[in-house]
Write a protein that binds this ligand. Structure first.
Ligand SMILES: Cc1cc2nc3c(=O)[nH]c(=O)nc-3n(C[C@H](O)[C@H](O)[C@H](O)COP(=O)(O)OP(=O)(O)OC[C@H]3O[C@@H](n4cnc5c(N)ncnc54)[C@H](O)[C@@H]3O)c2cc1C
Ligand SMILES: *[C@@H]1O[C@H](CO)[C@@H](O)[C@H](O)[C@H]1NC(C)=O
Ligand SMILES: *[C@@H]1O[C@H](CO)[C@@H](O)[C@H](O)[C@H]1NC(C)=O
Ligand SMILES: *[C@@H]1O[C@H](CO)[C@@H](O)[C@H](O)[C@H]1NC(C)=O
Ligand SMILES: *[C@@H]1O[C@H](CO)[C@@H](O)[C@H](O)[C@H]1NC(C)=O
Ligand SMILES: *[C@@H]1O[C@H](CO)[C@@H](O)[C@H](O)[C@H]1NC(C)=O
Ligand SMILES: *[C@@H]1O[C@H](CO)[C@@H](O)[C@H](O)[C@H]1NC(C)=O
Length: 547
């Protein structure tokens, strides 16, 4: 009963969408079925097509760009939707599409739209430093920087990111950058270019790097998908939600999915074909539980929800969901003597801000830029462990600075992701500040910033959260979830911690792979999307190399 209600909701959602999906699948002909059209799914699907494979990419959400079927364009430009315009990304949470695109079937924050989180995120694009992969043993041999560098180069060739998006080569609205860079310089911090100097992560600041290309939001929907769509071996089906993989023991034979009209169907993969999961770190575990892969308790809950999980003797006991990580965010607000404010988003949307819109039509101006005006990085040491921090700095009000302060690579906390009887993923244990040393290190870092702001004549005065405890209490999710189906050599069926092997294949299966944030064994030093894309490039190559 519950099962058919889910189907009904899917049908309603599909009717509200903007693109009819391909409903006739060429059963049994796909070499690869890729589940999830986020960054990891699009990148891997495109690389499989390039290798001559026949590929079906299944995405439950709608297309967010004109090229992918969206018809709600800006009042002053028929070719662009609100998510395309970099200048509106800062206010994405107020756009009409926010509620439409945000997932309702996961805990935390994820986007259920073609392009996944990259379609609605703040476009912060941090090229990962080498140490993210090399400074501890969390990434196994085969996944160190020397192995990943070619994958990063492939990505940067197509989707490099930029710190200077305006066609005229000028930075716009620099009041915040001026006061904050001056402050940091006085403290002895160094100015870097975070794209060309990605390894510099101690007491440095940069103009922000954005996922922008040709003055539009970039990302795989724009930089990879059109390449795949040139091939007749590629099929994209939107409004199509996969419920589980269908398997006979260790062999995956296809997927069970729900079409736009709410019908369920089984689509088979070709003989020797493969199924690739790319639903994101908060959703891929559901696909595994529903397929009889994971802790017994979670599989039993999936069964209670009406999913046709395989018979118990075929369950594969792996620690899916265990080890969930995310960056915690702490918010710092400070009044400054700088000359800056928040753009008037309403007048950008309704077209009355003709000054900025005219500039944008020439490829220039503030609307080519994202939310932040300065990004800083630093680290601290505690009991032999280095923890990194990122500050994403944006205007909050006239002359008021908002620092989104992330604790990043090196943190030692993790949580557990599970599922409830409505098929929604849940936190069984929060990933945030679970260890005493993380709590202590966070306080140390925040205290150093507070002390610097509180120095006489600093030019900054803390607002709203005026001491370390109140800043720590602002804790909110970084939305950079990882490690719910960890990659590694220690097979989870034998007491290990890993769910996929170093070729990204799920232990105990012959042909099921995972390529999204779930498999990352560790968090990066900065915002994660660039790393997600690098790892997807590397995973595609690994998978294709498996005969
Ligand atoms: C609001 C927000 C802001 C962010 N800001 C930034 C930022 O500024 N910079 C940054 O680097 N990172 C940011 N992130 C994080 C970044 O966007 C994500 O880490 C990244 O998108 C994850 O990529 P993924 O491919 O692993 O999964 P996702 O992006 O989650 O993509 C998964 C896709 O699979 C689809 N899917 C899932 N399950 C199924 C199923 N069963 N059937 C069919 N389709 C399915 C989903 O609809 C989705 O399209 C932000 C994230 C959010 C949510
Ligand atoms: C936009 O697309 C939706 C869904 O396909 C459709 O119902 C609607 O009529 C379209 N609107 C316009 C203005 O074309
Ligand atoms: C939209 O795109 C078309 C075709 O590329 C172009 O001719 C037109 O000028 C564009 N419109 C705007 C408002 O940019
Ligand atoms: C595809 O083939 C499988 C058997 O391999 C069958 O169960 C399923 O119904 C078929 N699906 C469609 C849509 O024809
Ligand atoms: C657009 O929004 C601005 C700011 O809210 C408002 O002042 C203006 O009247 C609006 N213009 C139109 C045409 O709606
Ligand atoms: C920190 O500030 C909060 C209010 O913002 C206040 O309630 C609290 O007592 C302060 N704590 C300390 C240690 O000063
Ligand atoms: C797994 O770990 C448990 C608890 O640490 C231990 O009792 C058990 O013997 C281990 N099993 C294997 C196969 O290593």
């Amino acid at each position: 009963m519950r099962f058919s209600r889910v189907g009904c909701q899917a049908a309603l959602l599909a009717a509200a969408g903007s693109l009819a999906s391909a409903t006739t699948f060429k059963n049994g002909t796909y070499d690869y079925i890729v589940v999830g059209g986020g960054p990891a799914g699009i990148i891997t699907a495109e690389r499989f097509v390039e290798a001559g494979k026949s590929v079906l990419l299944l995405e439950q959400g709608t297309g967010p760009t004109v090229a992918t079927g969206a018809n709600e364009t800006l009042s002053w430009n028929d070719n662009l939707t609100s998510i395309d315009l970099p200048g509106l990304s800062a206010d994405v949470g107020s756009l009409d599409v926010w509620d439409e695109y945000l997932c309702t079937d996961t805990v935390g924050y994820a986007a259920c739209v073609l392009g996944g989180g990259v379609t609605i995120n703040y476009m912060v694009f941090v090229h990962p430093p080498e140490h993210d992969f090399d400074d501890n043993n969390n990434w196994p041999e085969g996944w160190k920087w020397k192995d990943l560098k070619p994958a990063a180069e492939r990505l940067y060739k197509r989707n490099p990111g930029t710190i200077l998006p305006s066609a005229d080569g000028k930075y716009y609205d620099q009041g915040l950058y001026k006061v904050l860079s001056k402050f940091l310089r006085k403290l002895g911090w160094t100015s870097v270019n975070m794209i060309t100097q990605p390894n510099e992560k101690y007491q440095v600041y940069s103009h922000p790097a954005w996922n922008v290309q040709d003055q539009k939001r970039a990302g795989p929907v724009r930089t990879y998908l059109p390449l795949a769509q040139k091939s007749n071996k590629f099929t994209l089906s939107l409004h199509t939600k996969v419920l589980r993989v269908v398997r006979s023991g260790s062999q995956i034979t296809g997927v069970e999915l729900q079409t736009a009209s709410g019908e369920t169907e089984i689509v088979s993969v070709a003989d020797n074909g493969r199924v690739i999961l790319a639903g994101g770190a908060l959703a891929t575990p559901r696909l595994l539980f529903n397929s009889g892969i994971g802790p017994k308790k979670q599989i039993e809950t999936a069964k209670k929800a009406g999913i046709s999980v395989p018979p118990q003797e075929e369950w594969i006991n792996l620690p899916v969901g265990v080890g969930l990580k995310d960056h915690p965010i702490f918010t710092i607000l400070a009044k400054t003597d700088g000359d800056f404010g928040v753009p008037d988003y309403e007048s950008i949307l309704n077209g009355s801000d003709t000054k900025d819109i005219d500039l944008y039509e020439k490829g220039d101006g503030i609307l080519t830029q994202g939310k932040h005006r300065l990004t800083f990085f630093s680290s601290n040491e505690l009991n032999g462990q280095t923890r990194y921090y990122q500050g994403s700095c944006a205007p909050n009000a006239d002359s008021v600075l908002d620092i989104t302060t992330y604790m990043t690579h090196g943190l030692t906390s993790s949580g557990v992701l599970g599922i409830d009887e409505n098929q929604k993923t849940v936190f069984e244990q929060s990933p945030y500040l679970q260890t005493a040393d993380d709590r202590k290190a966070a306080r140390m870092f925040i205290k150093s910033l507070v002390d610097d702001f509180n120095k006489p004549n600093s030019g900054f005065e803390l607002e709203t959260y005026t001491n370390v405890s109140s800043i720590i209490a602002t804790l909110s999710p970084g939305m950079h979830y990882t490690t719910t189906a960890k990659l590694g050599n220690d097979d989870g069926r034998d007491n290990g911690t890993s769910v996929v092997d170093i070729n990204t294949k799920v232990y105990g299966t012959d042909n099921l792979y995972i390529v999204d944030g779930s498999i990352h064994p560790d968090l990066p030093t900065g915002n994660i999307q660039t790393t997600i894309m690098v790892i997807a490039e590397a995973a595609a190559a690994r998978i294709l190399a498996q005969k």
